[in-house]
Design a binder for this molecule. Structure first.
Ligand SMILES: C[S@@+](CC[C@H](N)C(=O)[O-])C[C@H]1O[C@@H](n2cnc3c(N)ncnc32)[C@H](O)[C@@H]1O
Length: 423
């Protein structure tokens, strides 16, 4: 695959003559083109391109880093490129050339030096954007989301900045089979910086990459990747041995796996059959619409509602999401979340606990959903999260019964979690 096949000069652009780009850039341009054509999530497209090119683990990681750096910066990069081209005048260069320039701007912003060989493929006006003294390209969210977060949150500047930085890897472990110190040492031996989680008694935070398949066999099956925020949500249910607990939107059961460790009897339900099939078989798995689940009313001690949401709290890992989401998608999500919470409240026994959680940063999907449920359900009350997660989580909700987790404050993805006690 070549940037250009025809040699020479066209439209004022210096066209590279039969010059191959480094494979990393060929792959990254391929990812961007497919992502644009199919509007498929970036990670899925990147995985498919990596497979097609038979990339090794290191090359895959480099491809992931590059396209994610691009995704965080594409809006700002496009603006700079547009300005440079307007100054230069003449016909617009092919999209592929603009994409290459955007990739190099992202590479320069994240790892300092843009690839010299790839840079040669740009015409002088675009290459000038990569000079050492040219301003760096920071990350950006679509204007509607940026404006909404700034209007809703006092901490928006720090939050927005943190959403453009790479996320640490959270590891959950089965404490009966693995110890935190042992896991920290084993991950450290791979060259990554691993530390005991500052938030959870039984979790590890890794800065850098970890290859779970390379852990010693005794650890491998006792450890799985799970953002610390997700672990905190599962711990908030305070499931106990013998209790009947429902994970109403269980997906592939990542939280259900943690719930099962407690000795509770877990029902994992989800609308998606192909998802819930992947949940641990030790849970009873049910395919159902959580808004009318067909499960016996008041039959659960505790219900976890990890609601489908905009996913705006996960933008560090899925920056392309922000460009697939529209402002007017949010009311529909909030409406579904309200109906799911209403159904969850019918399934829990009197005095039982419902945990409502999302990975959204938006008030409409979080506080507003819980406030509406409180307003329409006599006797429903908030209850302290700290009392529920006891010594498992080193965070204090000061009795509020709700907490926002944020990348800039906690190092987790952005989550909202609230605890409700049924009348
Ligand atoms: C945030 S994800 C859950 C992730 C999961 N709890 C975990 O930790 O792995 C939300 C889930 O809600 C499911 N969902 C969406 N609409 C639903 C509905 N009406 N009823 C039940 N599940 C639904 C989606 O299939 C998705 O798996």
């Amino acid at each position: 695959m070549r940037l250009r096949d025809a040699p020479g000069r066209a439209n004022g652009l210096v066209v590279p003559t039969r010059q191959r780009l480094p494979l990393l850039f060929e792959c990254a341009l391929d990812v961007i083109a497919r992502h644009r054509a199919a509007s498929e999530p970036l990670d899925r497209v990147a995985a498919a391109v990596a497979r097609a090119h038979r990339l090794g683990p290191r090359e895959r990681a480099a491809l992931g880093d590059l396209v994610f750096a691009w995704a965080h910066r594409r809006a700002v990069a496009d603006e700079r490129i547009g300005e440079a081209l307007a100054r230069r005048g003449g016909r617009a260069p092919p999209v592929r050339e603009r994409d290459l320039c955007a990739l190099l701007l992202a590479q320069r912003a994240t790892s300092g030096a843009p690839d010299a060989r790839a840079r040669q493929a740009l015409d002088a006006s675009l290459a000038a954007l990569l000079h050492d003294d040219a301003p760096a390209v920071g990350s950006a969210l679509p204007a509607w989301l940026d404006a909404r977060l700034r209007a809703e949150r006092d901490d928006a500047p720090a939050l927005l900045e943190a959403l453009g930085r790479p996320a640490p890897v959270g590891l959950a472990l089965d404490p009966a089979r693995a110890a935190v110190d042992e896991l920290v040492a084993a991950v450290g031996a791979q060259g990554a910086l691993a530390v005991p989680s500052p938030l959870l008694r039984s979790a590890v935070r890794v800065l850098g990459r970890v290859r779970l398949a390379r852990l010693p066999p005794a650890l491998r099956d006792a450890v799985w990747p799970m953002d610390e925020g997700s672990q905190i949500i599962a711990r908030a249910l305070d499931a106990r041995p013998g209790e009947r607990v429902l994970d109403l939107c269980a997906g592939a059961g990542i939280k259900a796996r943690l719930l099962l460790q407690t000795g509770a009897s877990v029902v994992a339900a989800d609308l998606g059959a192909e998802r819930v099939e992947r949940a641990p078989s030790a849970a009873a798995r049910v395919v159902t619409d959580g808004t009318r689940p067909g499960l016996r009313a008041r039959s659960f001690d505790k219900v976890l509602l990890d609601a489908p949401c905009s996913g705006t709290g996960t933008l560090r890992r899925a920056p392309d999401l922000a460009y697939r989401l529209r402002d007017d998608d949010v009311p529909g999500m909030a409406e579904l979340q309200g109906r799911l919470l209403g159904a969850a409240l019918t399934l829990v026994r009197p005095g039982g606990i419902v945990i409502y959680a999302t990975c959204s940063l938006l008030r409409a999907e979080n506080e507003a959903v819980v406030e509406a449920a409180l307003a329409r359900t006599p006797g429903l009350a908030r209850t302290s999260l700290s009392a529920l997660w006891r010594d498992q989580v080193m965070l204090d909700d000061e009795g509020a019964g709700e907490l926002r987790l944020s990348p800039h404050r906690h190092g987790t993805d952005g989550f909202y979690v609230a605890a409700l006690r049924a009348p």
